[in-house]
Design a protein around this ligand. Sequence first.
Ligand code: UD1
Ligand code: UDP
Length: 369
Amino acid sequence: MATNNEKIITVVGARPQFIKSAPVSHALRKYSKYHEVLVHTGQHYDRNMSETFFDELDMNPPAYNLGTGSGSHAEQTAKIMERFETVLTKERPQLIIVYGDTNSTLAGALTASKLHIPIAHVEAGLRSFNRRMPEEINRIVADHISELLFCPTKRAVLNLNNEGIKENVFYCGDVMFDAALEFSKKAEERGISHNRLEINKKGYVLATVHRAENTDNRQRLSNILLALQKVSRDLPVVMPLHPRTRKMIHYFALEDRLQGLSVTEPLGFLDMLYYEKNASLIITDSGGVQKEAYFCRVPCVTLRDETEWVETLEAHWNVLADVDSIEGINEPIRASLFFSGTRLNIDEYGDGRASQKIVQELERYLDRL
Ligand code: UD1
Ligand code: UDP
C-alpha cells in the first residue's frame, strides 16, 4: 500500500498536454494507489489556452503553477527548470510523468533526471527526422533520459529500438484517442444546444495553424492564408487562431488575408471536437488535430513537409502540403475534397484504453522500486 508521501508528479504546460494528461489523470484517480500532484509550468496561460481545459476535462486544478509564460526557448526551458527544481525538492515524488515534445516536456524531464527521479514519457518514440523542429530535439532528449516509455504507435517503438532504447518500452495506443472517445458524446450534446457559428454539418473546412516553421516565415504564412481564402469561396473556413499565429499575422501585416475566413479565438476541447467531427475537410499543421481528423473520419491536409503520424498518410486520410507555394497547398486540398479511392482503418492508436495500460505499467514499476 502506498503511503501519503508516495506520489507521482505530472508536468503539463501547453494546450495539447492538458488534453493528453486528462485521461491518464482520470485513470490514476480510478486505478492507482499513488497520489497525483499536477504541476502546470505556465507555458500557456491565456484562459482559452489553459484554464478552459481544466474546467472542461474534469481535471483537478494544478497544485503548482510555475508561471513561466512566453520567451525564447532557452529562457522558457531555464525558467521552468529552476522553478520545477524547487517543487521536486519539496515534494520528492517517486516518479514524474511528462507528455509529448514541448519545452515543458524537456525542462520537466531534465530537471527530474538531475535529481535521479524516474521519468515516464507518454507519447514516446515519435520522430519527424527533422532536427530543425524544436519538438524533435525535445522528444529525443526526453526519450533518452526517461525510464518508462509509453509509445502511441508500433512505429514509435521501432524508432526507439533503432536508437538503442529497448527496455521499459511499452506500446499502449494513443492517449489522445482515449480523450477523443471520452469527450466525444459531451461535445456532440453541447454542439446541439450551443449552435455556434452558422455553418452546415459537413459543409465547411476547419483550419488550424501554429507551427513555428509556418507562422514565423512571412511567405509560408501568407501562402497558407491565401490558400484558405481560395477554399472559402466554395466552403466556409472556420479558423480558431492560436495566439502565436495572431501575433505573427499582425507582425507581418497580413490581416487582410483573414478576410472571408470565419476566425475565432482558440476553442475549448469540446467545441473543437464538435467542429472536427462535422467538418468536410481539416487543414492543419497540428500534430493532435491530424489524428483527431482520423478519429472523426474526416480527411486532412497537413501543412508540413513531414509528419510523425505516418499511418494517417498510408491509410489515405491525410496528405502533406508543400507550403512553399500556394499551388502546393491548393493541390492536396483539391485531391482530398475529390478523393475517390479507399481510405483504410488504422488500428495503431489502440482501443481507447491507453491510459489504463499506462497506469498499470506505472504501478508495476513503482511497486518494484
Ligand atoms: C508550443 C509547443 C508546440 C506545441 C504548441 C501547442 C514548444 C517548443 N512548442 O508552441 O510543440 O505544438 O505549444 O499549442 O514547446 N502565447 C500567448 N498566450 C498563451 C500562449 C502563447 O499569447 O497562452 C503566444 C506568445 O506570444 C508566445 C507564442 O504564443 O510567444 C508561442 O508560445 P509558445 O508556448 O512559446 O509556443 P507555441 O507556439 O504555443
Ligand atoms: N485544440 C483545441 N482548441 C483549438 C485548437 C486545438 O482544443 O482551438 C486541441 C485539439 O483538438 C487537439 C490539441 O488542441 O486536441 C492540439 O493542440 P495544438 O494544435 O495546440 O498542438 P500540437 O498537437 O500540434 O502539439
